[in-house]
Write a protein that binds this ligand. Structure first.
Ligand code: GCO
Ligand code: MN
Ligand code: MN
Length: 419
């Protein structure tokens, strides 16, 4: 049967914001800016300033500068700000007077709005100079890349950042056979070594702690093969012997980047945790074996996200949650700060608090404890052991069901009646 839609009169342009605001209010369940600030949520300059453009897509939003982003993050209750060097300083101005002026203006804006700069990162992927990656054959390009990393570390110390992130972009090749992979890995390590050494020196001079240097993998690009495609590949790289300061270097996994290659994100994070290398975490959502769609957290895989956060809570992860997503191009400039960021933050907080409920839920804890207790049978007979444990193992599925109930609120007696 076709349902008839009530006809809605056209919404004139000057009434649209009010409508969006009213419906956002009607959603309810929003946290206050003060509550939001209690979480280590970090807002990237580039996420808020993303104009909606892509290979086949023109921008749908006007550019926004750091003053506006920092002010709006303050209004929302996002207490930390992150940036690429070139998000705020044009490439040509890097290392020059323009850089010092911009860094001073950023400091002022952060102070005015009570935000902290938590992380800095170097853009080594967008500019044409990095067409052959930051670990290019050309020694002068590699020298330039090193300088860029060192310069970002200096900006980070100036702004008080505790983390530096490295997403190497197209570190790899567009056509096979043209690059020698082991050489490229060595050259990439040289860049990171330079950044760590610059950090050690600056930290000493400024009496600050050295930063945590966090590698971020992305498995594929529209073109090109990547030579460090996953967080696991990066873990191997960290302990390869190529890094001079492997203790300073860890990971910034991105939820979607692990999902993109078809991994269990939670298992990928568990491997990073087991190595003591989960330093930083980019949060977003998307689909397995597809593009880097960078959808906001919880809009595609809320159940998986809940499970991810249970793991992180269990292990006392205290690092940042970086809102590295892209507001869709259907969202306006106004919508970026009135809908996109506040709702992303609120979904994260809800899932985080829910994860706490999972960890203390009576059914989940009793079932998990029973599974760990086993049947208490001492035997080396496989069949006997299986028989002794087989009813217990049904609890796996029951735990999964219980987590679903927690996600949809059924554990609090929420029921759906059927007619
Ligand atoms: C992506 C990447 C970037 C990095 C950023 C920080 O999705 O393209 O995740 O957003 O996180 O470049 O280095
Ligand atoms: Mn990222
Ligand atoms: Mn991404």
């Amino acid at each position: 049967m076709k349902t008839k839609r009530a006809s809605t009169p056209p919404v004139s342009p000057n009434k649209q914001r009010a409508l969006v605001d009213r419906l956002a209010q009607a959603c309810g369940g929003a946290y206050s800016p003060k509550q939001r600030r209690q979480y280590f949520l970090t807002g990237p300059q580039w996420a808020a300033a993303y104009e909606g453009h892509a290979l086949f897509h023109a921008p749908t939003r006007r550019p926004v500068g750091f003053e506006e982003v920092i002010r709006e993050y303050d209004n929302i209750g996002i207490g930390h700000w992150t940036t690429h060097d070139t998000d705020v300083i044009p490439t040509q101005e890097l290392g020059k007077e323009g850089q010092a002026e911009t860094v001073a203006a950023i400091k002022k804006a952060l102070k005015k709005h009570g935000l902290k700069c938590s992380m800095v990162t170097t853009e080594t992927f967008h500019h044409a100079v990095f067409a052959t990656s930051p670990a290019a054959e050309s020694p002068e390009i590699r020298q330039y890349a090193k300088w860029r990393l060192e310069n970002t570390v200096a900006i980070g110390h100036e702004l008080g950042a505790r983390y530096a992130v490295y997403w190497p972009g197209s570190l790899g090749y567009f056509v096979q056979g043209a690059v020698e992979e082991t050489e490229m890995l060595r050259w990439y390590a040289d860049g990171l070594n330079a950044a760590c050494e610059a950090d050690i020196k600056l930290a000493k001079a400024k009496e600050r702690k050295p930063m945590k240097h966090c590698l971020e993998a992305k498995p594929f690009e529209p073109q090109g093969h990547i030579i460090l495609p996953t967080s696991d590949a990066m873990l191997a790289f960290i302990s390869s012997g190529l890094l001079k300061h492997p203790d300073m270097v860890g990971l910034n996994p991105e939820y979607l980047h692990e999902l993109m290659w078809g991994a269990s994100v939670r298992a990928a994070l568990a491997r990073a945790l087991a190595c003591g290398k989960l330093f930083h975490f980019d949060i977003n959502d998307g689909y397995p074996l597809k593009h880097d769609v960078d959808i906001a957290v919880g809009l595609v895989n809320p159940l998986d996200w809940l499970n991810v956060l249970v793991l992180l809570r269990t292990h006392g992860y205290e690092g940042p949650f970086n809102l590295d997503y892209k507001p869709p191009r259907t969202t306006s400039n106004y919508g970026v700060f009135s809908v996109s960021f506040p709702t992303a933050v609120d979904r994260f907080i809800t899932l985080w608090e829910m994860a706490g409920e999972v960890s203390t839920d009576k059914v989940v804890t009793e079932a998990s404890a029973a599974l760990r207790a086993g049947a208490g049978v001492k035997s080396h007979d496989a069949t006997e052991l299986f028989e002794a444990n087989k009813e217990l193992m049904t609890l796996h599925e029951l735990i999964a069901h219980r987590i679903f109930q927690i996600l949809v609120g059924q554990h609090r007696g929420r029921v759906y009646s059927i007619k």
